[in-house]
Design a protein around this ligand. Structure first.
Ligand SMILES: *Cc1c(COP(=O)(O)O)cnc(C)c1O
Length: 232
């Protein structure tokens, strides 16, 4: 199953081989689910990895990347983007409102919109910079107190706030299931919530469970360790 693709640090497969392997497994998972493989995007999660590790993956043609910290992305990605202008960079980590300006400047997709203050700050910055990253709302499907994301029961009201009060166009939903639970009920819940609030994007599934996420409707999966090896 999918977990056997998570590679230990120092294993021999390099990042480009890891990328090709994941692409192959994603294609297979999509076909098995009766889906078009082109309907599922791979977000290559490059957090903690330096530019010299990312460059071969860029050279191999991958353009969609995920980072979880605004500061780290600010240090790494402007130079990489100068070489590869068609990069599609996703913010997949929590966002503080005092970083909203940097996030709007640096990212093409912000997946972690999860409260009114952030929605408002992003809307203001998008107007100010005239830059419009695509937006996903993060949902805390497991209602974990320490985890970011809007609670499922509050999603409809929050979507209305984003759309009506902030004029934001939300494209999809994102979740990170609880580490110690089966992921499938969380993926199924996210897919149902997306239908209920009328969005088509579903960012779900990581290195250990992306095949399952594809089966349950993911439009993008976020894989790091399956490509780069386990982060040290
Ligand atoms: C780190 C991270 C990932 C990638 O996790 P892997 O298990 O290395 O694939 C995916 N999504 C988010 C939000 C992350 O922070």
């Amino acid at each position: 199953m999918a977990s056997d693709v998570v590679r230990g640090k120092g294993e021999s497969m390099d990042a480009v081989e890891g990328l090709r392997h994941i692409e192959m497994l994603m294609t297979r998972a999509a076909r098995d689910a009766g889906r078009d493989p082109a309907s599922v995007q791979l977000v290559c999660v490059s957090k903690t990895h330096e530019a010299d590790v990312i460059l071969p993956v860029l050279a191999a043609g991958q353009r969609v990347f995920g980072e979880n910290r605004v500061q780290e992305a600010a240090a790494k990605w402007p130079a990489l983007r100068a070489r590869y202008p068609d990069i599609d960079l996703h913010l997949i980590g929590p966002l503080q409102s005092n970083k909203a300006a940097d996030a709007v400047r640096l990212f093409d997709v912000i997946e972690t919109v999860d409260r009114e203050k952030i929605a408002r700050a992003l809307a203001d910055e998008m107007t100010r910079q005239n830059r419009h990253p695509r937006l996903f709302v993060q949902v805390n499907t497991g209602a974990e107190p320490q985890k970011a994301g809007i609670l499922p029961g509050e999603l409809a009201g929050f979507m209305q706030f984003c759309r009506r009060d902030c004029g934001l166009n939300i494209e999809g939903l994102m979740c990170i299931p609880p580490a110690n639970e089966q992921a499938s009920p969380h993926f199924a819940l996210l897919a149902r919530l997306a239908r209920e609030v009328g969005v088509s994007g579903l960012s779900m599934g990581m290195s250990g469970d992306f095949a399952l996420a594809i089966e349950l409707g993911a439009t993008e999966v976020r894989d790091g360790s399956a490509i780069f090896g386990v982060r040290g």
